[in-house]
Every structure is written in C-alpha cells, then in structure tokens.
Design a protein around this ligand. Structure first.
Ligand code: CTP
Ligand code: CA
Length: 229
C-alpha cells in the first residue's frame, strides 16, 4: 500500500517489454535454456504499468505471476518471441530484458532421441534472430526509445559499449552476472547496473530489481519528455 500512488510518468505511452529465458526444443521432451528468472523484466513491466503506461510483456517460460494491469504474452522460443514483439508494436518504448537463447537446434526431433548404444547424437545449432537488433534497426517498427540489457561475466562496461553500437539501441543496462559476483547473479533479487548510452556511463548502487525497474522507468520517462518537447 502507499505504493499505488505513483507519479503517472508514462501516461499515454505504450511500452513493450521482453522478459525471461527462451526454450529451444531439442526433441519433444528436451530443450536448451538458461538461468534467467524473468524477475528484472517483469519488474520493469510492473513499474511501467504503475506509471500509467500501456504495457505489453512478452515473456519466455518463468515461474512468476503475470503482472497485474499488463497484457502478458507467453512464448517459448526466440522465433515466437520476435513474432509476438512485432505483433505488439508500434510502441514508444521497447525494453529488451529477455535472455534470448543465442542458438537453437538446426532441426528439433519429432520423436524423443533414444540411446541406441551407438554414437552420442551431435547437437547441430543455428543462430537465433537478434530481437533487439532487429527491432532497433527496423525503419518501420523502431520505438522512439530502445533499451537493451547486457548480462556479462567479464569486462562489463566495455562489452556493453560494444553492444550499444552493434545493436543500434539508445541505452544498454549492463550487469555483472558472474557466479562469484553474488549481486546480479541470474535468479537473484538484487541488481547492480550500469547505464550505457551515447552520453556516457552511469553506475547505480546495488538495488532490488523492483527499485532498478522504478528508477529505469523514471529515467525513460524523463528522456521521452525532453525528446518530445
Ligand atoms: N537479445 C535479443 N535477441 C537475441 C539475443 C539477445 O533480443 N537473440 C537482446 C537481449 O534481450 C539483450 C541484448 O540483446 O537486451 C543483449 O543480449 P546479450 O545476450 O547480452 O548479447 P548478445 O548479442 O547475444 O551477445 P553475447 O551473448 O555473445 O554476449
Ligand atoms: Ca546472448
């Protein structure tokens, strides 16, 4: 309570948020996945809705409830996530917080792979579409403000700066997800993030993922209001 009376910083704005991992099938019973919990992406969707935005959340498989007041679309694979994001556009803001699997199997088996006592089956992989880069570089669909994430285990800021360039987004929220870091480890409740943009790098203190989400929403609202003036 008390938390319901937020400044309506994003009233009249549309925002699309991706969250969670993707699952890429190997066969009907197995898949490739990662440790993303979806907590940060879901927190951003929730904070944007609390700020009055019209929010569509496109999420991979997570153990989280759908945030109240948010249109939530459930997908499994990167291909499905891209299609759902495209269907949800246009929007003023795109926040791409999902940990999209970089690769999928070249061809998922129709039947369960069996141990036949012979060779171990190889996993042939192909690259998934880069959802953030696709939307960011699209002339027809690009939101005014495109935000990516960079989960890194080393050279966090350097790698994030390269991603900002490569993906053509306006802002990268970078964090250290190395297992010995403790803070920001995938699945945890806290995050220590660095905001990287053409204006430079700003580092925030260690915060809960909910607080990172609220600050980010306020930051994005401030950028939009100055750009729109
Ligand atoms: N991303 C995406 N689609 C992909 C891969 C990544 O939309 N197929 C987005 C993520 O949601 C995130 C950003 O791109 O906002 C950076 O993801 P990350 O995995 O850190 O970058 P990659 O370009 O995949 O590079 P690498 O994993 O090799 O560090
Ligand atoms: Ca990746």
């Amino acid at each position: 309570q008390g938390k319901t009376e937020r400044p309506q910083l994003l009233i009249g704005r549309r925002i699309v948020v991706t969250s969670g991992p993707t699952h890429e099938p190997i066969d009907p019973v197995r898949y490739i996945a990662n440790r993303s919990s979806g907590k940060q992406g879901h927190a951003i969707a929730k904070a944007a809705a609390a700020a009055g935005a019209d929010v569509t959340l496109v999420t991979g498989p997570v153990n989280l409830p759908d945030p109240a007041g948010v249109t939530t679309i459930h997908v499994e694979t990167a291909d499905q996530m891209l299609a759902a994001v495209e269907a949800a556009l246009p929007s003023d803001i795109g926040v791409f917080a999902a940990a999209v699997a970089d690769w999928r199997t070249a061809k998922a088996g129709d039947q369960k792979l069996k141990k036949d006592g012979k060779a171990i089956p190889p996993l042939a992989l192909v690259e998934n579409p880069d959802i953030l880069a696709t939307i960011s570089k699209s002339k027809a669909m690009r939101p005014q403000l495109v935000v990516g994430f960079a989960a890194e285990t080393q050279n966090v800021i350097e790698n994030a700066k390269a991603k900002l360039q490569r993906k053509g987004c306006d802002l990268i929220v970078a964090n250290d997800v190395s297992l010995d870091n403790g803070i920001g480890v995938m699945g945890g409740d806290a995050n220590r993030v660095h905001l990287i943009s053409a204006d430079g790098t700003v580092s925030w203190p260690t915060l809960s993922k909910d607080d990172v989400a609220e600050r980010l929403v306020a930051h994005l609202a401030a950028i939009l209001s100055t750009e729109t003036q």
